[in-house]
Each structure stands twice: as structure tokens, then as C-alpha cells.
Design a protein around this ligand. Structure first.
Ligand code: S3P
Length: 169
């Protein structure tokens, strides 16, 4: 793989985008960025606070702007937020930005990985399972639309997922 190519990780909450992304970046000696963490650094507040004061729309605007800035770089591994694919403009941007890897994950696995997490406003609901299912129904085709590679993160350990990406590109 060309050293200047970006690797973009997409997929739902609890897919392991940050964990796998960090290890992938270390393995390839590339810098790692997580779009949500960059938004938190830039604003100085956490994601739930942005949702509280600006609503989801406000957060999405910040997310789109952050993805544009991050995609101006070359040779990075980028973990995106689970909803980054919702806007068509973001999908176009991410496709142009680099090789897109969809980390696919079953709802049960997502639930387990996000269970005690207070940092995901969309899961602060009576029925997180129903919410995850609804999001997956809408977003799975969008992840697939832009994916160059799909890696299953239920079956694969982090190490195996990293290997699958390294081997493919
Ligand atoms: C969101 C996923 C989160 C974060 C925000 C919205 C979503 O990122 O961007 O809470 O819409 O699925 P992770 O996928 O990293 O949890």
C-alpha cells in the first residue's frame, strides 16, 4: 500500500473502530486519529455536551467539518463516528479520502461493548437494543456503499482484524 494512502474505519458504535484503528496505525507506523476525540479536543467539551447544547444536527455539522480537515492529511488511519455515513457529502468525502474499511458487528456484540457507556447520547434510551437495530437497518447499506473491504469484528480478534486489513491493502 502507498504510504500516503489513508485508511478510514467506518461501522456502528461498539464495532471496535478506535481499538482496531490504534493497533492498525501502530502496525503500519501511521498516525491515528479518532474523529470524535478530535471534535472533543477542538471544542473542549465531550460529545454528550455537544448533543445537549447543539442537538444532533449541531454535532453532525462539527463532524462533517472535522472529517474534511482530517482528510486533508495523507497517510493516516482514521476512525469515524458511527453516524458519519449518514450525510451523502460525508460518504463522498470518505470515499475520496482513502481506503474504507467497514467493521461489521452483530447487535449483541455492540450492546455488550457499549453497555456501561455514558458517552454515546444515542444509546441513552430505554431500549438501546431497539435503537442499535434501527440504526443498523438504516446505516448498514450506507457502510457497504462506501466500503472497499468488510471485516467481521465478532469472529475476528483485534489482532486478526488488523491482519485482515494489512493483508488486503
Ligand atoms: C454516533 C456514534 C458515536 C459518536 C456519536 C454519534 C452515531 O461514535 O460519533 O455519539 O451516530 O452512531 P462511535 O461510533 O465511535 O461510538
Amino acid at each position: 500500500m502507498n504510504k500516503r494512502t489513508n485508511i478510514i474505519l467506518v461501522g456502528p458504535m461498539g464495532a471496535g473502530k478506535s481499538t482496531i484503528g490504534r493497533q492498525l496505525a501502530a502496525r503500519l507506523h501511521m498516525p491515528f486519529f479518532d474523529s470524535d476525540r478530535e471534535i472533543e479536543k477542538r471544542t473542549g467539551v465531550d460529545i454528550p455536551t455537544i448533543f445537549e447544547f447543539e442537538g444532533e444536527e449541531g454535532f453532525r455539522n462539527r463532524e462533517s467539518a472535522m472529517l474534511e480537515d482530517l482528510c486533508a492529511q495523507r497517510g493516516i488511519v482514521l476512525a469515524t463516528g458511527g453516524g458519519a455515513v449518514m450525510r451523502e457529502a460525508n460518504r463522498e468525502l470518505l470515499r475520496r479520502c482513502g481506503k474504507v474499511v467497514y467493521l461489521r458487528t452483530a447487535i449483541q456484540t455492540q450492546l455488550r461493548r457499549t453497555a456501561r457507556d455514558r458517552n454515546r447520547p444515542l444509546l441513552q434510551t430505554e431500549d438501546p437494543k431497539a435503537r442499535l437495530e434501527e440504526l443498523m437497518r438504516i446505516r448498514d447499506p450506507l457502510y457497504r456503499e462506501i466500503a472497499d473491504l468488510i471485516v467481521d469484528t465478532d469472529r475476528d480478534s483485534v489482532r486478526k482484524a488488523v491482519q485482515a486489513v494489512v493483508r488486503h491493502f
